[in-house]
Design a protein around this ligand. Structure first.
Ligand code: SER
Length: 893
């Protein structure tokens, strides 16, 4: 049974029993605690906690959620069990059915025959576990379902008590296992062998809330959730293994084609009995990571050096390196991406419209990484050469670390290349350097974590007193102080000079979100005034005003008047609406593959990031700017509508990833189809109110992502005014009208280049003349004309080479050697060079050896071939003695 059919059966089973089908959320959800969605229940968290009412008619839902877990990337491929991406199918009950319902639903789907829409698993092969004290579940399994008691086992906190690993909903669980048979391990149920007995479904009885704590087994239970809920998770890929009769996910219809294509492009064979087992790991890394990387790019992640982008970068680089180690030459990413998109598309049809973008993003990273590899290879080759001349057989740990850290060389690549060059790597020193780096990173992380505020102080308000936002229509409103927080602690009052966070029951101030910065303004109480300089949202529901008391004092419970700074809001509206126009214009010019990746706007300024692999041309930027300003000029009306996500999609509204579905959404529309986006921001009423939009520039932000920056409103005007003044200033300086500036400057640049050329010619002529002088003063030794001496100070190594070549050219038909040095006072270096004519080489002169000889006298290094060699010394004082030694050497030939 193909994977997409397994998905369909799951969904049909639960939809038939009244569950609302909910599409998978994006892998990237707006939760600061999670890098990626890692379980099916994540998007439903607010419903479990009772923060929001589930918008499902029967209070039940079903989903197949994309999940990514990247904690143990290094483990991937070592066994066949770890995968960084998987699909978790689940059914959820929010205060509706509980243990019995969940158990019976699961059992029916697993054991119903294929004809009846089930998975047709043999009930005799199914085992279950329950939490230590959960007699109720055991009784349901035995009495209502008929599982014999000997196939029901009990496990503790670590295994059968589920939480997200962070404070939040949790509860005991019951897991269903499939016995794969004696060839997979020993008898005795999941407690004895969790490889033979493969976990396929976890039923979580979500009824408690947990607090802080570490590990799976030690956290405090804070209390009961408002209702008893169900959260289940079935591993689609695991069921696919069973139903497709294969050992592991790498053999299923999803990943096996990637292994096959990897065999083709690398020339190696998967599970080749002759080959090293590490080759198999590489194949599995390619398959697993290709899929995860593809799904991450699909959801808008682009490679970068931090956060999610860094994970993606690591995945892509591990693919490239594995392919290389398997023998691939050149680029392979396209082949992997195309294949994995093919296998995943039946389950994720949205891949179809993003294929080109995904392919391009991955390919761009490959190109970049191959370039780094090339630079690293260069360093590696130099190192090998150095070690060769020093007679050493060990590559230092520091160099291996530099290759890793600066050039992205994974250690196994260094090891392999070293072994090819007959070298060992000092792994002890390398590991020590790695450990140090990890310590630094940890310290860094700790520092970052502390920067996060502990959110528990807001808890009560988030749960019970969400802020009412009235700022779409009002700029001034009355309200009441519900709470004051200072340094993470709730306070009854605050005095003049103090910084506090103010929680109000109702506010007209916009809190930072959707790229728009929070409002600025004032809060007035009967006895005090606060200046607000930021507003943030917590849990999407609570507005926290960061403010300073500028007059008097304030206290919880007081009535207030809150005023948004009108100029600020005016600018914020202009910038946010301008962002929408730029976005629309950009898609008109670049096409729909330019997907929004993030944005920021504040009064007067905006920036907009989007996925696109090529640099924009100046014409494209001009066109985007023109279209956006034409839209301003057209004076479109701006409308906002609240509707459902489905309707918004039907209207053609653009959404940024990470939207929470189920809620009503707000669509902002400027000029109808011209610009329609899901957006909670504040906007102008007519596009002409935006004023001018002036694009500042376009740049790259990590591979595959670009950024447009622009000014809006009066700031755009001021920017243009400055540019005009600049041009006018230049025109005065150059004494031409502004329109003639380009021609004038081009003319000057031309003349400058001509002049530089002339200077260069003169310098060469001078060098040539000097070489003639040196030749004239040369003596024959042993029948060989030896041209030596110290060339004037300050000439570069390249000039020295020109000099030597010049002299050698003049003497090409004779037996002649040129050995010269110079002093570069700026770098305090002494470059030197030896050149020999073909006839001299025939006589046995070896320039490389003579340079090595000179190196000793000048305290430096150098080398080269028999006819030309160069070096650099640290002590010019040794030149004379060195040249004498060279002469003696020639004498002795
Ligand atoms: N949340 C549980 C898990 O991730 C069940 O869906 O295993």
């Amino acid at each position: 049974m193909q994977t997409h059919e397994i998905r369909e059966r799951f969904t049909n089973h639960f939809v038939a029993t009244g569950h609302t089908e909910v599409p998978s959320a994006s892998l990237i959800l707006d939760d600061p605690n999670l890098l990626f969605v890692n379980a099916g229940m994540v998007p439903f968290k607010p419903y479990f906690l009772g923060q929001q009412n589930p918008p499902f008619p029967n209070g039940t839902a079903t989903s197949i959620q994309k999940c990514v877990r990247t904690l143990d990337i290094e483990e991937v491929g070592i066994t066949t069990r770890h995968n960084t991406f998987f699909q978790m199918a689940g059914n959820f009950s929010f205060g509706q059915y509980f243990k019995e319902g969940a158990i019976i639903h699961a059992w029916k789907l697993l054991t119903n025959s294929i004809e009846d829409g089930g998975f047709g698993l043999d009930p005799e092969r199914l085992w279950v576990t329950v939490y230590l004290d959960d007699d109720e579940s055991e009784d349901i399994w035995h009495e209502k379902v008929g599982v014999p008691r000997e196939r029901i086992q009990r496990l503790g906190m670590e295994d059968n008590y589920w939480s997200m690993g962070i404070p939040g909903p949790c509860g005991p669980c019951s897991e269903i296992y499939y016995d794969r048979g004696p060839e997979y391990g020993k008898e005795g149920g999941p407690v004895a062998d969790d490889s033979r007995y493969m976990e396929i479904w976890n039923l979580v009885f979500m009824e408690k809330e947990r607090g802080e704590g570490t590990g799976k087994g030690s956290f405090e239970i804070i209390g009961d959730l408002p209702k008893k809920n169900i959260d289940t998770g079935l591993g689609i890929e695991r069921v696919a293994c069973i139903l497709q009769g294969v050992d592991n996910v790498y053999e299923t219809d999803l990943l096996n084609p990637v292994i096959k294509i990897a065999e083709k492009v690398t020339g190696s064979t998967y599970e080749d009995p002759q080959a090293d087992r590490t080759d198999d790991i590489r194949f599995r890394v390619i398959a697993d990571h290709s899929r995860t990387a593809m799904m991450l790019i699909l959801d808008g992640v682009t490679p970068s050096n931090e956060g999610r982008g860094y994970i993606l970068r690591r995945l892509l680089r591990r693919i490239i390196r594995s392919a290389r180690l398997l023998g691939a030459q050149g680029k392979t990413m396209d082949a992997f991406m195309e294949t994995i998109m093919d296998t995943m598309q039946p389950s994720f049809p949205e891949i179809a419209e993003s294929r080109e973008r995904i392919r391009r993003t991955a390919a761009a990273e490959e190109t970049a990484f191959l370039r780094t590899l090339e630079a690293g290879t260069h360093l590696f080759d130099n190192t090998v050469e150095e070690l060769g001349s020093a007679g050493s057989k060990t590559l230092s740990g520091e160099r291996a670390f530099e290759l890793h850290d600066t050039y992205g060389f994974p250690i196994d690549l260094t090891l392999e290349m070293a072994s090819e060059a007959g070298l060992k790597v000092d792994m002890e020193a390398f590991n020590a350097a790695m450990t140090q780096q990890r310590e630094r990173a940890k310290a860094d992380n700790r520092a970052k974590k502390h920067a996060h505020t502990d959110l528990s102080v807001y808890r009560e308000w988030v749960d019970n007193f969400p802020t009412e936002f009235v700022g779409y229509s009002e700029l001034e409103a009355s309200g009441k102080i519900l709470g004051l927080v200072s340094e993470g602690i709730s306070q009854p009052e605050a005095q003049v000079g103090q910084q506090v966070e103010v929680i109000l029951d109702s506010t007209p101030m916009y809190a930072e979100s959707g790229g728009q910065m929070g409002d600025r303004g004032k809060i007035r109480t009967p006895g005090g005034i606060l200046q607000v300089d930021d507003v943030q949202r917590i849990g999407k529901k609570l507005w926290v005003h960061r403010a300073t008391v500028t007059e008097g004092g304030i206290a919880v419970g007081e009535n207030v008047t809150t005023q948004v700074d009108q100029a600020w809001r005016h600018g914020a509206r202009q910038a946010h609406s301008a962002t929408h126009l730029i976005h629309a214009a950009l898609r008109q010019v670049l096409g729909p593959t330019a997907v929004q990746a993030g944005s920021l706007n504040r009064p007067g300024y905006l920036r907009f990031d989007f996925n696109y692999t090529e640099q924009l041309t100046a014409e494209q930027v001009q066109e985007i700017q023109l279209i956006a300003n034409q839209a301003v000029d057209t004076d479109w009306e701006v409308h906002t509508v609240e509707t459902t996500l489905d309707k918004a999609r039907d209207m053609g509204a653009l959404a940024l990833f990470g939207e929470n579905y189920g809620d009503t959404v707000r669509v902002v529309e400027i000029g109808g189809p011209f610009s329609m986006e899901l957006c909670g921001g504040t906007h102008v009423k007519h596009s002409s109110q935006i004023g001018p939009i002036s694009v500042l520039g376009e740049s790259s932000v990590g591979s595959g992502a670009r950024r447009i920056e622009a000014f809006s409103g009066l700031d755009a005007f001021k920017f243009m005014q400055k540019e005009t003044a600049l041009a006018a200033g230049l025109a005065t300086e150059f004494k031409v009208p502004t329109g003639d500036l380009p021609a004038r400057i081009a003319g000057l640049v031309n003349r400058l280049q001509e002049a530089e050329k002339k200077v260069e010619q003169l310098r060469r002529a001078q060098l040539a003349a000097q070489s003639a002088e040196f030749i004239a003063a040369a003596h024959e030794i042993n029948g060989i004309l030896v041209v030596t001496g110290r060339v004037h100070d300050g000439i570069s190594a390249a000039d020295l080479r020109t000099f030597a070549n010049e002299a050698r050219g003049r003497l090409k038909d004779r037996e002649a050697v040129i050995a010269i040095g110079s002093h570069d006072p700026a770098a305090d270096k002494a470059p030197f060079i030896v050149a020999a004519t073909p006839a001299a080489v025939k006589r046995g002169v070896h320039a490389g050896k003579l340079v090595q000889l000179l190196s000793g006298y000048l305290k430096g290094r150098g080398g080269g071939k028999a006819d030309m060699a160069q070096g650099s010394g640290n002590d010019i004082a040794g030149l004379e003695a060195g040249l004498s030694a060279v002469k003696a050497e020639i004498e002795a030939l």
